[in-house]
Design a protein around this ligand. Sequence first.
Ligand code: AMP
Ligand code: DBH
Length: 531
Amino acid sequence: MLHGCVPWPEELAAKYRAEGYWTGQSLDVLLTEGAAAHGDRVALVAADGARWTHAELDAWASRLAAGLVSAGLRPGERVVVQLPNVPEFVALFFAFLRAGVLPVLALPAHRESEIVPLCELSEAVAYVVADTDDAGYDYRELARTVQKAVPSVRQVFVVGEPAEFQPLPTAAPVPLPSPDPSDVALFLLSGGTTGTPKLIPRTHQDYLYNARASASVSGFSADTRYLVALPAAHNFALASPGLLGAMAAGGTVVLAPDPSADTAFELIERERVTVAAVVPPVALLWMDATEFMDEDLSSLQLLQVGGAKFNAEPASRVRSTLGCDLQQVFGMAEGLLNFTRLDDPDELKITTQGRPLCPADEVLVVDEEGDPVAPGESGELLTRGPYTLRGYYRAEQHNARSFTPDGFYRSGDVVRALPSGHLVVEGRIKDQINRGGEKIPAEELENHLLAHPAVHDAAVVGMPDEVMGERTCAFLVVRGEAPTLREVTAFLRERGVAAYKLPDRLEVLDSFPLTKVGKVSKAALAKRIAG
Ligand code: AMP
Ligand code: DBH
C-alpha cells in the first residue's frame, strides 16, 4: 500500500473478502463492465445535451489514460483535480484509475489557501483545472500561484482555453497494467477540524463496494437517470451512490453545472431524471420553487438529502411538493454511509438519518469516557468497517487522536440509535461548522483571522440558521480599532480562503468566556449568539 496510508489489519481484510464486500476488482470495472454489457446505452449527458454511451466513455477514458502516461505521469503519483461538473471530470476520473495515477479531488470552491496545502501534502506532480467558472473566476490564475508555491507541480492541464498550460492529454490507447485492488485509487478531502487539510485514501475495492452497495440500497437500475447537482468531486455525488453508483447499475449520469432550481428543473424535465442528491438548503429551495415553476418533474422518483441534518418538518413536505420519495443520507468522505431504506415506514424516512449501509459496519455510540451509552441514549458515533478509512494520509499525530486503538474512526458526530439501527444525528463535538453541508474547520478559519493585524484573538462558532442549518460567526478580541465584517472578509479573500468559509457575522468582545480549565468556551459563545 502507498506509503503514508494505514491498511486494514489482515484479520479484518480476510473477513471483508470472505464475506464478499471486497471482490478483488479495481474500481475501473464500473466502466469496463458497463461498456461490455450495454455499450450502446447512454452513460453520460452534459448540461448542453452532449452525450456519450458507455462504450464511448470507455474509449475516451482509454485515450486520456494513454495521454496521461505519455505526458510522463507515473503510477502512484498524485494529481490535484479541481473541475466543475463537466464530462471531462468523469472521463478523466476513469483515466486516472487506468493509468494508476491518484487523483486528489478538490472542490471548485477551493482557492489558494486550500489548494496550495493540498498540493504540498500530496506532493502533487500536476494540477487539473477548468479555464474559468460561470462567474468569471479564472482558475489559470490560481494555477500560476500554485505552481509558484509548490515546485512539485510540474504540469497544469486545463479543460477549456489552456493559455500557457496544456490541454488534457490524449493518445492512442495503450495496454496498461491493472492496479492492485487493495491499493489506493483516489483521495477525498475531509471537511476537517484542524488548521491543515486532511486527505482520505480510498482503495479500489473499498470504493467499489461503496458505490455498488449504495446503488443497490437506493434501488438504482439501468433505468436510473441520476442528476449530479452537487459537486461531482464530493463523496455524496460521486459514490453514495452518485455518478459511480449510477454507472455501476448501467444507468445514466446527467451533469448539472449548479444546483439552482432553474438549472436542475430544466434538466430533470429534459432528461427525465429519476433521482437527485442534494444538501438540505437546496432541498428547501427546490420545494419552494415548485410553487412558481412549472417544469414537469414527474420523472423524479427519489430525492436524496444529506450532508447536514434535514429536519423533520421540511422532510415531511418532500412528497407533497416534489412528488417523489425521500431518502436521508448521513455520510462522510471517511467512509460510513447511512441511508433510510426505500421500504422504511415514512416515520423513519422523515425523522432519522438512516442506518449503516453494510452488515459489517461496526457502529458504537459512546460517552465522554469512550464507554458505550445505554441503548437509545446519545453519544459520539465511532465506526469501522470495510469502506471506512483506518487513517488519514500522512497524518500520524492526527490519526492518534482521530482513531481508537481498535481502529474505530471518531466521527465527532453526536447520534442516538433506534432499536431498528437507524441513527438520529443530534449534534457534533468536533470543532467544525456545517454550513448547509459545507464544512468549515474552526481552527483553520481562526488561524486566518489571527493573521489580521487588528485581531488579537479569534474564536469561530456556528449560529443557528433556518435555511443553512448553521452560519458562521467569528468572535474577535481586537487591538485598536475593530475591523468591519466587510474588511475581514476582504482580508480573508485576499489570503485565498474559499467563499463558503467566510464568516457571516462578526462580534467583537473585550475578552472571551473561559471554561473551568481556562480554555475559550465555544459553548458559551455559541449560546450567546443563538440568543
Ligand atoms: P466530511 O467528513 O467532510 O465528509 O463530512 C461528513 C460530516 O457531515 C459528517 O460527519 C456529519 O457531521 C455531516 N453530515 C453528513 N450527512 C449528514 C446528515 N444527513 N445529517 C447530519 N449531519 C450530516
Ligand atoms: O457530508 C458528507 O460528507 C456526505 C453526506 C452524504 C457524504 O460524504 C456522503 C453522503 O457520502
